[in-house]
Ligand binder design. Structure first.
Ligand SMILES: Cc1cc2nc3c(=O)[nH]c(=O)nc-3n(C[C@H](O)[C@H](O)[C@H](O)COP(=O)(O)OP(=O)(O)OC[C@H]3O[C@@H](n4cnc5c(N)ncnc54)[C@H](O)[C@@H]3O)c2cc1C
Length: 393
């Protein structure tokens, strides 16, 4: 077992950190306040090879593994979780094509994302369902070799600026997961309506919109997954993107911790720096140990994916754990800053608002716990004999 990053990974971390400090950190507050979409920052990330991290080299991409992506994501998120979500969304949108696309689709779409500055979004959720992916209502009707889409998608990150959207829709809502198919939708297609930005609590630099689909004709070459295969593809996509949410949460928590250390060493109360008091030291010790643990779980889930292992369970553990860490650490950071933590003067207020989203998108913390408890209750192999079979003598 080796916990060291390779030289290449250390170089990638340095590159991402420098980018985050130079291009993201200085504009984080501005985009949060204005809720504008940080298009110039995302374009810069594309120019500097920090967008579309997972596209294989075969299609002209950077060919990074998931662990590499998590290293980049932590750095971006440490500077601004909202801008980081906007940057990483291309990975989420492209992942179903990387996993399930045919050779022609990969050459065409993935190649385009590398060669031109293009955005691709991901759409399973609707206004009436998010957690219950099999309960979607957006319809896909077969018409010869083509499909026609009708319905609405909601909460679509980067949707207002997306060139493509990977859309999941059902041929029959009664069939639940067996009816779900997936499509590559060109946002310029007739019948696609990209909604206005929906204002949010946090991660305000990320664009969130509804997407309307009215008689949108999908040519044969853009059918990504046939009915029944779409649900599996969505779940496989989440197993690859949930570790990255863990990395987002680690980056957000790490910054809240660093700001807390700075403040605790400087701010005085009762004639001494507050960092001299054991209750503040305990908070900072808990922050550090939790950030470390969240990063290790995130790396493990990403490493398993890179080994070609089934990382469904570890990705749920990493996402659930790291999301809670981000929420707890940012909450405690506000406490350490006292009244100033509650003001917009310091950045911890923003990190606190930004952190909440990790417990919600790409499967809520409750859904991750359902995945984990299903495994533990049904498949976990006990080391000891059953409590009912033990010799009581
Ligand atoms: C800012 C933002 C960006 C997003 N971006 C995207 C995107 O790009 N693409 C996309 O497709 N979606 C996106 N989403 C949608 C997101 O994935 C959903 O909001 C999320 O999955 C939860 O779905 P919901 O909001 O419908 O809540 P619901 O599913 O209605 O859940 C409501 C509450 O009930 C709980 N709950 C539900 N079922 C159970 C159960 N069986 N047991 C216990 N508790 C349960 C949930 O955990 C939650 O606490 C985004 C959401 C947000 C807020």
């Amino acid at each position: 077992m080796d916990f060291m990053l390779s030289d290449a990974q250390k170089a990638l971390q340095k590159k991402a950190r420098e980018f985050a400090i130079r291009e993201v950190l200085p504009v984080a507050q501005k985009y949060d306040a204005s809720e504008e979409f940080p298009l110039p920052v995302i374009k810069k990330a594309w120019e500097e090879d920090l967008l579309n991290l997972a596209i294989p080299t075969k299609y002209g991409g950077l060919g990074y593994g998931l662990l590499d992506s998590c290293i980049v994501v932590e750095e971006m998120s440490s500077a601004c979780p909202g801008i980081a979500t906007s940057i990483f969304d291309n990975n989420l949108g492209a992942e179903p094509i990387i996993i399930g696309g045919n050779e022609e689709q990969k050459q065409r779409i993935l190649g385009e994302l590398i060669n031109d500055f293009k955005l691709i979004a991901f759409a399973t959720s609707e206004a009436s369902m998010g957690s219950d992916v099999a309960g979607m209502k957006c319809r896909a009707e077969k018409d010869g070799d083509e499909y026609i889409l009708n319905g609405n998608k909601f909460w679509i990150t980067n949707g207002g600026f997306a060139d493509y959207i990977t859309v999941f829709a059902t041929v029959d809502p009664e069939k639940k997961h067996k009816g779900i198919a997936a499509f590559i939708v060109d946002s310029k297609s007739e019948g696609v309506r990209l909604g206005k930005h929906i204002p949010k609590l946090g991660q305000r630099a990320s664009n969130t919109v509804a997407v309307g689909l009215k008689n949108v004709r999908i040519p044969k070459e853009n059918v990504l997954a046939k009915p029944g295969r779409g649900f599996v593809l969505a779940m496989q996509t989440f197993a690859h993107t949930r570790p990255a949410i863990g990395a987002f949460a680690v980056g957000c928590a790490r910054s809240a911790m660093e700001y807390s250390i700075d403040y605790a060493n400087k701010r005085e109360a009762f004639g001494r720096p507050i960092g001299n008091y054991q209750m503040i030291q305990e908070k900072i010790a808990n922050m550090y140990k939790d950030v470390e643990a969240a990063r290790l779980l995130t790396y493990k889930a990403a490493w398993e994916a890179d080994q070609g292992m089934d990382n469904n369970l570890s990705s749920s553990i990493a996402k659930a754990f790291a999301s809670d860490v981000a929420m707890n650490v940012t909450t405690e950071a506000i406490q350490i800053f006292g009244g100033y933590g509650y003001l917009r003067t310091y950045p911890v207020e923003k990190l606190f608002r930004d952190a909440k989203l990790y417990q919600i998108y790409e499967g809520t913390s409750e859904i991750q716990r359902i995945v984990i408890s299903r495994f533990v209750m049904k498949q976990y192999e006990h080391a000891l004999p059953s409590v009912f079979k033990r010799d009581r003598d």
